[in-house]
Design a protein around this ligand. Structure first.
Ligand SMILES: *[C@@H]1O[C@H](CO)[C@@H](O)[C@H](O)[C@H]1NC(C)=O
Ligand SMILES: *[C@@H]1O[C@H](CO)[C@@H](O)[C@H](O)[C@H]1NC(C)=O
Ligand SMILES: *[C@@H]1O[C@H](CO)[C@@H](O)[C@H](O)[C@H]1NC(C)=O
Ligand SMILES: CC(=O)N[C@H]1CO[C@H](CO)[C@@H](O)[C@@H]1O
Ligand SMILES: CC(=O)N[C@H]1CO[C@H](CO)[C@@H](O)[C@@H]1O
Ligand SMILES: [Ca+2]
Ligand SMILES: [Ca+2]
Length: 581
């Protein structure tokens, strides 16, 4: 009896001391767009069982966690970002049992599962919205409702409460005849905004977090966080104030860019909600033996972005680093890239965790945005800079945007243009085409019917299977860099960035005793000689540990620090060695 007691105590202690509070600080997180990753049942739509089948691939790549774009019940007007029920799985993606099996399998492999949390809006088919529209007690103010205003020119006619325009074009207000009022929607008409000035909404959303945490997820990526609040009409004499014009040409009054959104984003109340959610996640650290990660998505200026990290009093989230994604383009020089990296490291509060985003399902793919010749360089940077690295599915093989005709277009942001010529400027479908697994029909994405979006034309040459088989490929380079990412130098090494010329960028991560790694990137289309004598801490000999598709050196090559030849568009990862041979 006594012995058993002692044993129990020991085990408990072991569990507590095994709490992993560090994993997230250097995690490689792989974003899966479930609809386009892998279809397991041949209906042309990716699903949870398809993801489960591919977990061993992600494990062997060296990924630490997967973030799944929304998998919840939804009419899919915005492909899952319009949620009918936060606690149910969309039938086309699978069942709750499928999700639990995915979680179990992931845990077995040591992969963490992170879910998308979409707090700003639900679907208009959600039970909450239907009740709110009926003014059911308790639900009246779940959404942002307002009376129309009388048209001064045509008495008797009613106009929307303000001139606000949605992300997906036209008024942010939609009249609901049942309730006789307008509701607010920052995105599609089918995505009514929740009202965060309701304490019940706040409480319900915390319950949503707890529901999935209880099932064992490792955290959340929070969608469109800076749209949470709009100004309170009580502060403006009881009316919603019009937003001023942005002055951006090449837009029209129905376009989101036409206005300067000073009343509908980045409001101060937003941050407190994020800090409250952080506290909910922290309740689980001890009991679940791991820190739960929270990352936020906000396209806003650097000043507002950084505020999500938290302050002296309250912990926040990891705000996605969109300057890395947006400021670096195919024309960026080594000096430009250094400036962008430095900017994040400089403005990030001391002691917080950086992150590097190269793509997502809203952006043109890396190989299309920056050119295929920069794929290795940008992947290496995201993977060797300090903090969290994010990879959108397909970036590890350098997938390019697919061509999606007007007839095949599904994205509401493109469909709402009603413009068969210029729709592509707004379309996010090209970066959502199915993953290229192999050279078989439909790129191995499905063994059934035509996929929901067409497979990109170049899948026969550009796919995972081809890259696994070739000695030099984006994938093999990526995997080599990820392997180095697990070393102490990559996790803890001091960061040094040297814009050697306009074309040559050198990144070092050095530990005491001159152990460490060095990334050398040639952005130009001519070979160059790099002399790193000026980096005095760097020892004389360096070994090639990862060599991009356009490099001449093979893995294992020993180089002298003062004589490094970098071929055109080459990205090389080197490791210090104490002596030659
Ligand atoms: C939801 O909005 C869509 C327009 O996006 C509309 O067609 C549909 O009837 C609405 N459904 C409900 C239940 O209000
Ligand atoms: C890159 O430079 C070219 C030539 O100056 C210009 O036409 C193009 O718009 C630039 N691209 C980007 C993404 O800035
Ligand atoms: C990088 O490649 C460009 C173009 O091929 C070449 O001009 C330059 O010399 C190379 N730089 C290095 C350091 O090899
Ligand atoms: C990158 C990302 O998740 N973008 C989403 C932002 O939110 C809107 C509305 O929920 C979605 O349409 C985007 O896909
Ligand atoms: C060493 C190597 O692979 N060099 C190639 C780099 O890319 C150019 C085209 O961009 C090829 O012509 C080189 O052969
Ligand atoms: Ca399917
Ligand atoms: Ca909102």
């Amino acid at each position: 009896m006594k012995l058993i007691l002692v044993l129990t105590v020991t085990i408990k202690l072991a569990i507590v001391s095994a709490t992993d509070t560090e994993w997230w600080k250097t995690a490689l997180i792989y974003q899966i767009y479930p609809r386009s990753f892998k279809d397991s049942d041949g209906d042309g739509i990716g699903d949870l069982t398809g993801i489960k089948e591919k977990l061993p691939y992600l494990k062997s790549t060296g990924v630490d966690g997967i973030w799944l774009s929304p998998i919840y019940l939804s009419p899919m007007r915005d492909f899952g970002y319009d949620i009918t029920d936060y606690k149910q799985i969309a039938p086309e993606y699978g069942t709750m049992k499928d999700f639990q099996e995915l979680l179990k399998e992931a845990r077995k492999l040591g992969l963490r599962v992170i879910l998308d949390f979409v707090p700003n809006h639900t679907s208009n088919e959600s039970d909450w919205f239907i009740r709110s529209a009926r003014r059911e007690p308790g639900y009246e103010d779940f959404y942002v409702w307002a009376d129309g205003i009388v048209d001064p020119e045509r008495p008797g006619e009613v106009l929307p409460p303000s001139n606000w325009v949605s992300h997906f074009r036209r008024s942010m207000w939609e009249y609901h005849p049942g309730r006789g009022q307008y509701y607010l929607h920052q995105f599609a008409i089918g995505q009514p905004d929740l009202n965060y000035r309701s304490q019940r909404v706040q409480a319900e959303m915390k319950e949503v977090l707890r529901f999935w945490l209880d099932l064992g997820v490792s955290g959340f990526r929070v969608d469109a966080i800076n749209k949470l609040y709009e100004v309170d009409p009580n502060d403006y004499g009881g009316v919603y104030p019009d937003e001023p014009l942005s002055g951006i040409s090449d837009t029209d009054p129905d376009d989101y860019e036409y206005y300067d959104h000073i009343f509908t984003q980045d409001l101060a109340e937003t941050y407190e909600v994020v800090f409250d959610w952080r506290e909910v996640l922290d309740e689980y650290t001890e009991t679940h033996g791991e820190y739960k990660i929270m990352m936020t998505e906000a396209y806003t200026n650097l000043f507002n972005t950084i505020l999500y990290y938290g302050n002296e009093n309250r912990d926040g989230a990891i705000p996605f680093n969109f300057i890395f994604l947006e400021e670096i383009n195919k024309n960026s020089t080594a000096r430009d890239i250094k400036t962008t990296i430095d900017k994040w490291m400089t403005y990030m509060p001391h002691g917080r965790v950086a992150n590097w985003v190269n793509g997502n399902h809203d952006q043109s793919r890396l190989a299309s945005r920056q050119g295929p010749e920069r794929v290795d360089a940008m992947n290496m940077l995201a993977l060797m800079l300090p903090g969290v690295a994010l990879t959108y599915q397909g970036e590890e093989i350098g997938m390019t945007d697919g061509h999606v005709s007007w007839e095949d277009t599904k994205d509401p942001q493109a469909c709402n243009t009603d413009d068969p010529i210029n729709y592509w400027k707004k379309s996010r479908d090209p970066s959502r085409t199915p993953y290229h697994w192999d050279s078989s029909v439909f790129a191995g994405f499905t063994c059934g019917v035509e996929p929901w979006l067409p497979v990109a034309d170049n899948y026969k040459e550009l796919n995972l299977q081809v890259q696994l088989r070739s000695r030099r490929s984006h994938y093999n380079f990526y995997k080599d860099v990820v392997a180095v990412r697990k070393t102490a130098a990559s996790k803890y090494g001091d960061l040094g960035i040297l814009a050697y010329t306009e074309d040559i960028l050198v990144v070092t991560r050095l530990l005491p005793n001159a152990r460490g790694i060095v990334g050398v990137i040639n952005l130009s289309n001519k070979p160059q000689l790099v002399d790193l004598s000026s980096v005095t801490l760097l020892p004389k000999y360096l070994k090639v540990v990862a060599s991009g598709v356009n490099c001449t050196q093979t893995k294992g090559f020993i180089l002298l620090k003062d004589y490094i030849i970098v071929s055109n568009n080459c990205a090389l990862l080197l490791q210090t060695i104490s002596r030659c041979c």
